[in-house]
Design a protein around this ligand. Structure first.
Ligand code: NDP
Length: 298
């Protein structure tokens, strides 16, 4: 059976390190890292994520600011807020929770964030830096950055020559994940909804990353013996066995089947999920170190 990759515990390690490095920064007489989270509207899932981000920021010792705006907030008002946060020296990281209401152009809002405060890593400057291998100065999107850390925990830092297959090509997960694996000298294939014979392709992967959003799509016989399987998917499905109207979370990988072939696998929940918030804290800390004229912690 596969080693279960405990994302919760790795995320706790990251948060502990961020907390210690925040204390070091403050001890040097520098300002504590500041994270501003902006949420527009009342999407319940977004509210849970935002509350969790703000709570972890406080736990790290950050200056944590939350702007909760009504769903009818105009694009102009949002752009004005971003401009204020860009100019605020107490703020090192700006996160706009997605999705935004339909009348707001999310792309415009994200591109308005100053690249050095773009701790989500979605600004074109940061996307370009990742794409060209400028990893020392890029802010890398949190979910793939966290997935990479989990891969390194089981495989070590040297991934040279390994075959990696990333299923999914979104700008938030699939593409940055593929770029990180490429920068780590893997041979990378990106699969998507038009890929032919995905099971055969998946079976070539020493590292298989699933970021699809389809419950348990990746079956056990798609997994190469000993592969590292990273399941980014978070899907809520009905669970009548738990009672009427109940549900449960599953990933994009059929876990029990895949765990029989894999060398190591992330569970859902408790795998990649907790890493996303932890890496947001790490990115905000890095931004604060750079703003203070210090070397970014590795
Ligand atoms: P998107 O919907 O943006 O992208 C899904 C990708 O999967 C697309 O590239 C799509 O291909 C591909 N795809 C869809 N169906 C198939 C198929 N049958 N075969 C092969 N590829 C397919 O999703 P995200 O990248 O935003 O998220 C992916 C999953 O990760 C979701 O479950 C999401 O909830 C989860 N997630 C988890 C996070 C965490 O913190 N753990 C953070 C972010 C996301 P095409 O481009 O051709 O349409």
């Amino acid at each position: 059976m596969a080693e279960v990759i405990d994302g919760k515990s790795v995320a706790e390690d990251v948060v502990r390190t961020v907390k210690a490095l925040t204390a070091e920064l403050v001890a040097k007489g520098k300002a504590k890292p500041g994270l501003a989270v902006v949420i527009v509207g009342e999407d319940p899932a977004s509210q849970v994520y935002v509350a969790s981000k703000s709570r972890t920021a406080k736990e790290c010792g950050f200056h944590s600011l939350q702007h909760t705006l009504p769903a009818e907030t105009s694009q102009e008002a949002l752009l004005k807020l971003i401009a204020e946060l860009n100019a605020d020296p107490e703020i090192n990281g700006i996160l706009v929770q997605l999705p935004l209401p339909a009348h707001v152009d999310a792309g415009k809002i994200i591109q308005a964030i100053a690249p050095h405060k773009d701790v989500d890593g979605f600004h074109f400057i940061n996307v370009g830096k990742l794409g060209t291998g400028e990893l020392d100065t890029a802010f890398v999107p949190c979910t793939p950055a966290g997935s990479m850390l989990l891969i390194e925990r089981v495989r070590g830092k040297d991934l040279s020559g390994l075959n990696a297959v990333v299923v999914g090509r979104s700008n938030i997960v699939g593409k940055p994940m593929a770029n990180l694996l490429l920068a780590a000298n893997c041979t990378v294939t990106i699969a998507h909804s038009r890929t032919k014979d995905l099971p055969a392709l998946a079976r070539t992967a020493d590292i298989l990353v699933a970021a699809v959003g389809r419950p348990e799509m990746i079956r056990g016989d798609w997994v190469k013996l000993g592969a590292t399987v990273i399941d980014v998917g978070i899907n809520r499905i009905p669970a009548p066995e738990k009672g009427e109207g109940k549900s449960r979370l599953v990933g994009d990988v059929a876990y029990a089947e895949a765990a029989r072939a894999a060398g190591a696998i992330t569970p859902v929940p408790g795998g990649v999920g907790p890493m996303t918030i932890a890496m947001l804290m790490a990115n905000t800390l890095a931004s604060a170190y750079l703003a203070a004229g210090l070397k970014r912690p590795s």
